[in-house]
Design a binder for this molecule. Structure first.
Ligand code: GDP
Ligand code: GDP
Length: 456
């Protein structure tokens, strides 16, 4: 066997599903104009920061990767909202709530020259309840004189105010030291690579009004088996345990689904952050589509995001009670044309309103999860490739015929195949291989990736 298994370390280079790095998250909260953005710029060093795009309607830039003393972490600037009709107090309460849900450390910024306001007090209430580590930045302490003003912020009752001047960079090193001290040693957030244990994690995804909260209510309510609302834990304050098909499932970010304000949906900043965070923690996404409505750009984007994140997928066509013969005809064509990227996903036609086919949801989720964690033994895989290469060899190009020499499944969750080849395989041939792998081994409901390593 001539294959050098050390070559597997090349995997990093072309990971098809580069999962978002599981870095500790620092969320920045505070009233408008206290200097949050200025401080974030200071923390990320005003370089062109590596910026994560988050899935959602827009590709807003909301989180940045920063590093200090050799440690990397993600900074989320939660200041992306505009005070609207709900008023400042309500908006900031939402901002703070979200920050504590997402963050490992909350950086609370107060304007020392203004002092403690009612809104600051309200934020403190929320931070206290969440029991997440909080670092208090007393900003705009531009000179010695302002130090006294900073000291007045002890009055908030959440520990020592760290005097900083985001504008002039004063003592921001001390602030960063403090943030690192407050950070957990290892990022505590669950990663998808983790061995399964405890309830499987399901996220309900879909654009506004497709019926996510209706489905959640149906699932939790109908079976009368809401086991527990997981509240107040530092890890997952927002999930719900629901018993279905004799098993307990963890539904991710049900708080976000239940309480989302109708007028606040869509391209909403928080919706984007929540979607990102829910997807990161989920193993499988049930993507809801409104079957009564033409497929939208946004539906496809959501499907894309889930696949890119490497999560298992179930497609749920909701509002089936509204689908008639004619609509059905067009729907089949839409799916054929526009959802080819997820043609391997199990599909259930449900109605959260009437309860139609609710019982089909769990088997579909189980199928997808099983595929997601499935591993094809190397011997079996290579027998498959031997047969494939002899029955369907790669076309000859420039007098050469690249061959698959050896194949191995290098990872699961999601499955990742590595082919060692004697030359470059054309994309068309690689797609053919992927299709044949699915035909042979299934993988219904899971994205898979096929990468090649050319051996000269
Ligand atoms: P945000 O709304 O909390 O993100 O606040 P910004 O970062 O946009 O800052 C609001 C205003 O405060 C801007 O005019 C900043 O230049 C100013 N500012 C921010 N930090 C400081 C500081 O440390 N000292 C002073 N004097 N002004 C600051
Ligand atoms: P969300 O924004 O995705 O959480 O969607 P909602 O659960 O709030 O549902 C949006 C609207 O669609 C509400 O008026 C629901 O009553 C309605 N709806 C949800 N599921 C169904 C369904 O299966 N059939 C019908 N006819 N209406 C539904």
């Amino acid at each position: 066997d001539a294959v050098d298994f050390d070559s597997l370390e090349y995997l990093e280079e072309d990971e098809a599903f580069a999962p978002a790095p599981k870095l500790p998250v620092v969320a920045v909260v505070g009233r408008p104009n206290v200097g949050k953005s200025t401080l974030v710029n200071r923390i990320i060093g005003r370089r062109e920061a590596v910026v994560e795009d988050v899935p959602g309607v827009t590709r807003d830039r909301v989180s940045y990767i920063a590093s200090w003393n050799g440690r990397n972490f993600t900074v989320v600037d939660t200041g992306g909202w505009l005070p609207d009709s709900r008023g400042l107090a309500a908006a900031i309460a939402e901002q703070a709530q979200l920050a504590v849900e997402l963050a490992d450390v909350v950086l609370f910024v107060v304007d020392a020259t203004v002092g403690i306001t009612d809104v600051d007090e309200a934020v403190v209430e929320i931070l206290r309840r969440a029991k997440k580590p909080v670092v208090l930045a007393a900003n705009k302490v531009d000179d010695q004189k302002a130090e006294l003003e900073a000291a007045a912020l002890w009055g908030l009752g959440i520990g020592e105010p760290m005097p900083v001047s985001a504008l002039h960079g004063r003592t921001s090193g001390d602030l960063l030291d403090r943030i690192l001290e407050a950070m957990p040693e290892e990022a505590p957030r669950e990663t998808i690579g983790e061995a399964p244990g405890g309830p499987r994690r399901v996220a309900l995804m879909g654009r506004p009004n497709v019926g996510k909260s209706s489905l959640l209510n149906k699932l939790a309510g109908e079976k009368r088996a809401v086991v527990d609302s997981v509240a107040g834990t530092t890890r997952d304050p927002i999930d719900e345990m629901i018993e279905l098909g004799g098993k307990t499932w963890r539904f991710i970010d049900t708080a976000g689904i239940r309480k989302r304000h109708k007028e606040n949906q869509g391209a909403d900043f928080y919706a984007i952050l929540r979607t990102q965070s829910a997807l990161e923690r989920a193993e499988v996404a049930v993507i809801l589509v409104d079957a009564s409505d033409p497929l939208a750009e946004q539906d496809i984007r959501i499907v894309n995001n889930v696949i890119e994140a490497g999560r298992a997928v179930v497609l749920a066509y909701n509002k089936w009670d509204l689908v008639d013969e004619e609509r059905r005809f067009y729907l089949d064509r839409e799916i054929e044309r526009q959802l080819v990227l997820a043609r391997w996903a199990p599909r259930v036609n449900i109605s959260a309103k009437t309860g139609r086919h609710m019982e089909k949801l769990v088997p579909a989720i189980e199928t997808a999860l099983e595929s997601w964690g499935h591993r094809v033994p190397t011997g079996k895989l290579n027998q498959f490739f031997t047969d494939l290469v002899s029955s369907h060899p790669h076309p000859i190009r420039g007098g050469k015929q690249p061959r698959v020499l050896f194949a191995t499944q290098a990872a699961t969750r999601p499955p990742r195949f590595v082919l060692f080849t004697s030359g470059f395989l054309e994309p068309g041939y690689r797609r053919f291989i992927e299709r044949r792998i699915r035909e042979e081994f299934g993988f219904e409901g899971s994205p898979i990736s096929v990468t090649m390593k050319i051996r000269e």
